[in-house]
Design a protein around this ligand. Structure first.
Ligand SMILES: [Zn+2]
Length: 186
């Protein structure tokens, strides 16, 4: 199953309020780039207001994504793969539980519970120009428990890489919001 739909507002840039339009790394124009891009976005509940706020977000083009994911250690990649095989809902359950895109953006793909009840979650999606791709894996949401479990699987090498990614790539206002060693889903 793979289709292209209008980009949901959840994936809009939180400060400009429209679609992400440049790659965080190479600055290419994503809305004309034909090979597609990935967006990752993390939310944290503001304890005073009770509303979710964007902690960090970035869009990265396919080419930069491939270059970077080569830097993650093989060990971490295998650990994360194994984690998903053992813990995540399987594809069939997944499609039954999440018949629509809306629920996939709000239900943790590992735990199968609503992330809107939690204090922290993140979402990821694959995009092509001004459309979002819907397939077996994307879009997804991960809640705080799953994030913590995946975090624990990262090797030292990969932690070094995610910290480097953060330093090199993220604009200062984004970078300062990303926790140390936070895994990045490339
Ligand atoms: Zn790029």
């Amino acid at each position: 199953m793979s289709q292209l739909i209008k980009i949901p507002e959840l994936f809009y840039h939180s400060t400009i309020g429209t679609m992400h339009n440049t790659c965080v790394l190479c600055d290419d124009d994503l809305l004309s780039y034909e090979f597609g891009y990935v967006i990752e976005k993390a939310f944290l509940r503001n304890k005073a207001t009770g509303y979710f706020e964007t902690v960090f977000e970035y869009a990265i083009c396919k080419e930069c994504q491939q270059k970077l994911s080569g830097e993650m250690s093989q060990e971490s990649l295998l650990n994360i793969q194994r984690y998903f095989i053992q813990n995540a809902l399987q594809t069939e359950q997944f499609s039954n539980m999440f018949p629509d895109v809306e629920s996939r953006m709000h239900i943790c793909m590992v735990k199968g519970v609503s992330v809107l009840e939690m204090n922290e979650y993140q979402v990821g999606g694959q995009f092509k120009k001004d459309k979002m791709m819907v397939n077996d894996t994307f879009p997804y949401a991960l809640g705080e428990a799953a994030i913590t479990e995946i975090q624990a699987l990262l090797s030292e090498k990969t932690k070094g890489f995610t910290n480097k990614f953060k330093e090199l790539v993220m604009p200062p206002d984004v970078k300062n919001n990303v926790p140390e060693n936070r895994f990045i889903f490339l």
